[in-house]
Ligand binder design. Sequence first.
Ligand code: FPP
Length: 238
Amino acid sequence: MDGNGRWARRRGLPRIEGHRRGINAAREIVRAAGDTDLRFLTLFAFSVENWQRPESEVNALMELLYHFLEEERHYLLENRVRLRCIGRIDELPAPVAKRTRSLIDETAGFTERTLVIALNYGSRTEVLDAVRSYCSAVIKGVEDPDQCDWERFSNHLYTSHDIPDPDLIIRTSGECRLSNFLLLQSAYSEIYLSPVLWPDFDREEFQKAIECYKSRERRFGKTGEQVSAPLPATAQIL
Ligand code: FPP
């Protein structure tokens, strides 16, 4: 969800106003995804690197997040959308962490659709946490390094078990990089680069990304004859 700051600067507004508009865009895309066959939508809301921003911006983002979760609660419960978070939730300010956990618990029973929020997330941190978790399982005798394969190891990632690899990754604001986002899970993801700044990213832009995805041929290392592109089951936006 990139481009909030530029959106605000171009209008002579404070950066936080861009983030505020970014929240509206997030809300619209959550609803747009609900009107499609998408089962998983991930929003990259706050990275481990974002702590380096000015304290006032970090605090404002945390406050926005808190209210976003509060305001989306009704939508998630009414539409039976499960909330999952990836990232180091424990390091967030206590009220944000508490609200996040309680909404995760409240929606845990829903199975049709999942909204994943990447919060205090970074791929490299995720790998380190996975290595720690794997090693500790080895020490307990639950894992055997000789049997280690991708399936066993990936169960120690934040996305373990129930969040599939992204089919489609959308990056807004004309940036052409993954910025430490789901680096392992994106091995075969289709990437869509949109020039639109996140606050202006709407249903129509989202639909364009999905249409573009549908025109791709995914081969996963096989030949074109062996595979054909299914509709996306998961979209991730950063
Ligand atoms: C990137 O724009 C945006 C962020 C770092 C924050 C995105 C988070 C929100 C909009 C809060 C929404 C949270 C949820 C859960 C929906 P930027 O500030 O890097 O923009 P710039 O590159 O133009 O400066």
